[in-house]
Ligand binder design. Sequence first.
Ligand SMILES: Cc1cc2nc3c(=O)[nH]c(=O)nc-3n(C[C@H](O)[C@H](O)[C@H](O)COP(=O)(O)OP(=O)(O)OC[C@H]3O[C@@H](n4cnc5c(N)ncnc54)[C@H](O)[C@@H]3O)c2cc1C
Length: 474
Amino acid sequence: MKVLKPDICVIGAGSGGLSVAAAAAAFGVPVVLVEKAEMGGDCLNFGCVPSKALIAAGKRAHAMRGAETFGIGAVEPDVDFKRVNRHVHDVIAAIAPNDSVERFTALGVQVVRAEGRFVNRRTLVAGDVEIRARRFVVATGSRPLVPPIPGLDGVPYLTNETIFGLTRRPGHLVVIGGGPIGIELAQAHRRLGSKVTVIEGQSVLGREDAEAAGFVRRALVQDGVELLEGTKVVSVELRGKTGVRVHTEGPRGASSVEGTHLLVAVGRTPNVDGLDLRRALVAFDARGIKVGPKLRTTNRRIYAVGDVNGGPQFTHVAGYQAGLVLRPLLFRLPARFDAALIPRVTYCDPELAQVGMTEAEAQKKHRRVNVLRWPLAENDRAQAERRTEGLIKLVLGRRGRILGVSIVAPNAGEMIGLYALALSRGLGLRDLAGWVPPYPTMGEIGKRAAITYFAGATRKPLVRGLIRFLRRFG
Ligand SMILES: Cc1cc2nc3c(=O)[nH]c(=O)nc-3n(C[C@H](O)[C@H](O)[C@H](O)COP(=O)(O)OP(=O)(O)OC[C@H]3O[C@@H](n4cnc5c(N)ncnc54)[C@H](O)[C@@H]3O)c2cc1C
């Protein structure tokens, strides 16, 4: 067996692993990268990239149907699902070279294409290679969680790993799960002409601010997505040769939905099986590998980044954590992961973006919470674009400290970055009120909301704040 002794061995060539490997190699550190399947991981092959490409196609179709408002004859688009699928895979292919073995080899990373498993605290075996690295970084990601629904084993169901392979449009897509993945894919398919039903045990986008999620709910219903909220799936059975019948228990009692395709999108499970983590003395549970704020596992030589450590499951988090583990590894600098600063976006239309606490989370943790809102309907650009459904909410604590921001807008994902920066740098309302956004942009809603804090002041300290504000900007 070939023995390699690099400084760093990274397991998993997805968003987290690729970032660790590329950065370490850039600093001249010997790195081995172990990948058992596709380079690029979930994000490139079965996640962010194909879903956003499909959503983009759905938006085009939707715009054609809604052109009338602009004085342009609306048409029902002729959707060729095979070509839509080709578009999705063309987008993957355009990005794939960035994550390829060739590129990483050229960067100086030694890539091993095999499944990795630990044989002891210091050694990983992958294929016919034994790797004894100074440090290991586990970045093996997650996979779709398949719930124990009676009958599910006996029907052909889709997950994010198979749905982007469809070259024929589903006639009726039944989606189990109204979280971000379920909602994004439901809306995209609906806009591309499928009938879509979403079954959600609680409420759609239930983790998000309820008022913000309400805008998304209305948009989905307007698009024609059937939403069954507060509805549990009881069992599933085959209907005909390939169709499904889903039995449910909802607010109006027992019922069933029949569809041509079933998508299971109820959550994620960490990829820890097969790694033999016990042999490496790395503790884990159903949520993932246990790590501290420095992302170190119970074996001090081994770190875990990305979806596998059970933190927020996003590509930007995997990338951020990759940067954090390299600080102590390469420079002996301190590192501390702070989940509170991580923005998240559901790329439905309108998009829903969040950073920091939602209003409900803030109410639980703080005694005094103040919420400033500004609706898109009061924004000139939103009027011009005929996209007035949405708002910004600034959630404030004592003395106007920003605790969180929720935005619903067509491009909320592009807007939330400013507030992520504001939170991470401790900027306050005064900074937001003093910032000059270009006119006319939807981004102005943040400044407008911030100004209401000063303009609506009635109590003495706030009046003083208003006077200071007017002196500065009046
Ligand atoms: C449909 C969908 C849409 C999404 N959209 C977004 C989005 O818009 N924005 C966003 O930020 N996030 C999005 N995500 C989440 C994002 O894809 C993940 O958070 C991200 O890919 C996690 O990166 P990772 O490096 O932890 O794992 P991954 O990217 O999954 O990479 C893990 C890699 O490890 C490999 N591996 C596993 N076990 C082993 C082993 N034993 N040996 C060798 N290799 C192994 C796997 O084959 C895989 O390539 C989406 C996810 C899904 C499913």
